[in-house]
Structures are given as C-alpha cells and as structure tokens.
Design a protein around this ligand. Structure first.
Ligand code: 5GP
Length: 111
C-alpha cells in the first residue's frame, strides 16, 4: 500500500510538518477546511482505523495525545474537532490511517 502519505513519510514529497517521531508524523493539510487543519498520520501502513488491532493500542493512544499537544501549540485547545474517515463511504480518499485536527473557527454540528 503506497499512498501519498507513505511518500511524505519517506521524505519523497514535501509537507508543512508540525510533529514527527518514529511512529507518527503530523503536517498541514494541503486543502484546509478550517484555519487550522492538521493531519496526524501513522507511519505504520494501516488502511484506516478499522484495520487496527490490539497491538496498535499504544500507537492509537499516542496519535490522540499528539493531537491534543498540537491543538495546544496552535492555540485552539478550547475547541476543535478530531476525526478520522473510514472507507470511501465516509469520504476517505487516502487509505492510510490519519486523523484530521480541525479548528480555528466555529465548527458546525455533525451527525
Ligand atoms: P481523507 O479524505 O482521506 O480523510 O483525507 C485526506 C486529506 O489529505 C484531505 O484533507 C486532503 O486535502 C489531504 N491531502 C491530499 N493530498 C495531500 C498532500 O499531498 N499533502 C497534504 N499535506 N495533504 C494532502
């Protein structure tokens, strides 16, 4: 499974990076839907959250906590949305596990 995100992780494509460690990279979305729109991407190639297993618990928890740290760093900790699309029916376009961190404006209700 090679996606655009795999190529960003390998450094083959550029990104506006805000965080990176051995397991996770986070960068600005190329087509932001809000003043703050960051993608938090696992380096492990999982197609989506649905493919995650018990052994991925720590990775998933770390992704969520990194989101809170980025939200704080970008000064949107008072209100933001964290979401992940699972599958094409939900609008997932890049089939590589990632969370969207959206904020910086009032976000409407969903669901
Ligand atoms: P999905 O719809 O799969 O949940 O979200 C994929 C996101 O990746 C979209 O918000 C889209 O704008 C973003 N995206 C697609 N290609 C690139 C790229 O090359 N660089 C960056 N930074 N974001 C991208």
């Amino acid at each position: 499974m090679t996606t655009i995100f795999s190529r960003i992780i390998k450094g083959e494509l550029p990104c506006r990076k805000v965080f990176e460690n051995e397991r996770i990279i986070a960068f600005w979305d190329i087509a932001p839907q809000a003043p703050v729109h960051i993608l938090i991407v696992s380096k492990k190639e999982l197609k989506s959250l649905q493919e995650a297993k018990e052994k991925d618990q720590l990775l998933l928890g770390e992704m969520l906590l990194i989101a809170t740290e980025i939200a704080h760093d970008l000064d949107i900790q008072e209100g933001y949305r964290l979401l992940t699309n699972i599958g094409s029916d939900a609008g997932q376009v890049i089939h590589h596990l990632h969370f969207h961190l959206l904020g910086g404006r009032v976000l409407g209700h969903i669901a």
